[in-house]
Design a protein around this ligand. Structure first.
Ligand code: CP
Length: 310
């Protein structure tokens, strides 16, 4: 397959063969990560700028590491120490950074559509590292990659995604990555956090966590995104935890070899009990490790590589 995309803004228009191409490329990148010297010269002379307007541990670090593993120059921009604090606009900020001729801009922004907006005004490649409650495409791809590594396939698996579905950009990307590869997706949360229109994607919606996790092959737990909630969506955290927190009793309803995932950061003791977060069936740190390989694949393909060429 020939990679033709200049940007990765979301997965909504990714065809299954493109998703497979990224996964295949990530597998090659993962092999690089097993070497003593975890570095290839594929992006030597290229520059990647991480432009983050929201907090991040995993995404920003792994894009930085991915760029460095490919020998790109990586520059990290943090809005809190930038001239944004003096009133500079997003577009002016991005145009000024582009004047320094980066090849790829990785952007996380609290406004849905911010990466799409920049892609219309800049000539470098844009990667969406999470925009508001819209999409988080690299997370969608790494979730797919993690399940493929754990289960060997995704088609036909029952995958439950539980929590704050309404505000989750991870769900919106997982619906495309996992859904398009044939998973049977179940979305679960309180009625107030479960947008009914998501049933149009083919996912099954339920507010009964027992129904969602019963016979599941994988369970993806989501954080309650209090920072995006302008009103109360449930009576209290204690009540939420009692009804939607994953504990041993609920997990026993899933398949014996089911895996537990979470995009992070985890609120331990709220959506996930401590022991389950760290149990043998948890793949949460595998997701983080997969994130480096998947983000290497995206940077590599956007910079003009073909997955056999490094
Ligand atoms: N999964 C994820 O986006 O984590 P960070 O917010 O730490 O980047």
């Amino acid at each position: 397959m020939e990679w033709r995309r200049r940007h990765v803004l979301g997965l909504s228009d990714f065809r299954p063969e493109e998703i497979e191409f990224v996964v295949d490329t990530a597998r090659s990148m993962e092999e690089v990560l097993t070497r003593d010297i975890k570095k290839v010269p594929a992006l030597r002379g290229k520059t990647v700028v991480n432009l983050f307007f929201e907090a991040s541990t995993r995404t920003r670090t792994s894009f930085e590491m991915a760029g460095k593993r490919l020998s790109a120059d990586v520059v990290n921009f943090s809005s809190s120490t930038s001239s944004i604090t003096k009133g500079e606009t997003l577009l002016d900020t991005a145009r000024n950074i582009e004047a320094m001729t980066p090849n790829i801009l990785v952007i996380r922004h609290y406004a849905s559509g911010a990466p799409h907006f920049l892609s219309r005004h800049l000539s470098c490649s844009i990667v969406n590292a999470g925009d508001g409650a819209n999409e988080h495409p690299s997370q969608g791809l790494l979730d797919l990659y993690t399940i493929l590594k754990a289960k060997g396939k995704v088609a036909g698996l029952k995958i439950a995604i539980v929590g704050d579905i309404l505000h989750s950009r991870v769900v919106r990307s997982d619906l495309h990555s996992l859904g398009r590869m044939g998973a049977r997706l179940w979305l679960c949360g309180p009625e107030t956090l479960l947008p009914r229109e998501m049933a149009r994607t083919g996912a099954t919606l339920t507010s009964d966590i027992r129904e969602a996790v019963r016979d599941a092959d994988a369970i993806i737990m989501l954080r309650i995104q209090l920072e995006r909630q302008k009103t109360s969506f449930f009576p209290s955290i204690r009540e939420y935890c009692r009804r939607y927190g994953l504990n041993r009793a609920l997990f026993s309803l899933a398949k014996d070899d089911a895996v537990i995932m979470h995009p992070g950061p985890i609120n331990r003791g709220v959506e996930l009990s401590d022991d389950l977060a760290d149990c043998d069936q948890s793949r949460i740190l595998d997701q983080v490790a997969s994130g480096v390989a998947v983000r290497m694949a995206l940077l590599y393909l956007l910079a003009g590589g073909s997955h056999a060429a490094h």
